[in-house]
Design a protein around this ligand. Structure first.
Ligand code: NAG
Ligand code: NAG
Ligand code: NAG
Length: 262
C-alpha cells in the first residue's frame, strides 16, 4: 500500500515537473514590424482563405503569447487579436518555428511573441511610444514563466518609403531602434534578423532598402524579400507560399548568428 502510494505520487510529481520544465525552457522569439510580419498570406478581399500549409502547421512544441498575455499552442494566423485592425492571414512565424525545430531540436519549446502591426512606420516604433512599450511589456511577460529570448525578427519599412524625409532618416532610426531593443531587454548581443523589403507603399523604396542592407551590427542578419511572390489581385502582401519561404530564410539566417547551439 505504502510503496504503491509513494510511486503513484512520484509518477504524478515527475509528470508535472516534466511539463513544467518543458514550458520553463522556452526559446523565445519576438516577431515585429508591419503587415508582412503580421501575415496576410491567403487574405483576398478582406477574407482569409483558411489554408495553413504543412510547413506552418501547429505543433505542441510551438507556443504563442496571446493577446491576454498567456501561452497557448500557436496557430496561424499568429497575429490574430494582436494586429486587431486588419484581417490576418499566414505570416512567416510558424514556418520559422517549424523549420527551426526541424533543424535543431535543442531549441526545445519555441515561444513566439507576435507584436507586428500593419501600416506602421518606424517613427511609431520609437522607444517610449505605444507600440514599443507594448512590445517590451509582452517580451517581459514572455520570460516570466521561464525561457530565454533567443531572437528578434523584424520586417518593416514599407510605410517609410512615402516621404523622402522618412526614407532619409530610416538608417539612423533603424540603428537606434535595434540598439534600444537590445538595451531594454538587457541582451546586447541579441540576434536580430531583419527583412529587406522588395517594394513599398511609396517612391523611396530603394532608399529604405539600402538603409536596411547597409545597417551593420554584430549578430544582425538580413534576408531579402526580393523575388518572393505577392498575393493577387492586390499585390500588396506576400502570398502564403512566399511566407513559408520567408520563414525558412529567417531560420537559416538565425542559425548563422551567434546563438547557444552555434
Ligand atoms: C532546455 O533547452 C536547451 C536548449 O535550449 C536544451 O539544451 C536542454 O536540454 C533543455 N532542457 C530540458 C530540461 O528540456
Ligand atoms: C509616421 O507615423 C507618425 C505617427 O503616427 C505620423 O505622424 C507620420 O505622419 C507617419 N508618416 C508616414 C509617412 O506615414
Ligand atoms: C510586403 O512585402 C513585399 C515584399 O517586400 C512588398 O512588396 C510589399 O510592399 C509589402 N507590403 C506592405 C503593405 O508593406
Amino acid at each position: 500500500m505504502i510503496p504503491f502510494f509513494i510511486s503513484y505520487t512520484y509518477l504524478i510529481l515527475s509528470t508535472t515537473v516534466h511539463i513544467a520544465n518543458a514550458a520553463a525552457n522556452k526559446s523565445i522569439f519576438i516577431l515585429s514590424g508591419q503587415s508582412n510580419m503580421s501575415g496576410r498570406g491567403g487574405v483576398v478581399n478582406l477574407n482569409w482563405d483558411g489554408y495553413i500549409p504543412p510547413e506552418s502547421s501547429s505543433n505542441p512544441s510551438i507556443l504563442r503569447l496571446n493577446a491576454k498575455l498567456s501561452w497557448e499552442v500557436a496557430a496561424e494566423p499568429l497575429h490574430r487579436n494582436i494586429d486587431v485592425a486588419k484581417v490576418c492571414g499566414v505570416g512567416p512565424g510558424m514556418a520559422f518555428a517549424n523549420s527551426l525545430l526541424k533543424k535543431d531540436l535543442r531549441f526545445g519549446v519555441v515561444g513566439l511573441v507576435p507584436c507586428a502591426i500593419g501600416g506602421t512606420n518606424i517613427s511609431e516604433w520609437v522607444r517610449g511610444g505605444g507600440l514599443y512599450n507594448r512590445m517590451m511589456r509582452r517580451a517581459k511577460v514572455a520570460v516570466r514563466g521561464g525561457g530565454v529570448i533567443r531572437g528578434f525578427l523584424w520586417y518593416q519599412g514599407e510605410s517609410d518609403t512615402v516621404n523622402v524625409e522618412d526614407a532619409e532618416a530610416y538608417k539612423s532610426r533603424l540603428h537606434r531602434f535595434f540598439g534600444d531593443v537590445r538595451t531594454d531587454l538587457h541582451l546586447p548581443l541579441l540576434p536580430i534578423i531583419q527583412v529587406a523589403l522588395a517594394s513599398g507603399s511609396g517612391p523611396y523604396t530603394d532608399m529604405v532598402r539600402e538603409a536596411q542592407l547597409r545597417t551593420k551590427l554584430v549578430n544582425l542578419r538580413t534576408v531579402d524579400a526580393k523575388g518572393l511572390s505577392l498575393q493577387e489581385p492586390e499585390m500588396l502582401h506576400l502570398t502564403t507560399p512566399a511566407q513559408v519561404s520567408l520563414g525558412k530564410m529567417l531560420t537559416n539566417a538565425f542559425l548563422q548568428t551567434c546563438h547557444p547551439h552555434s
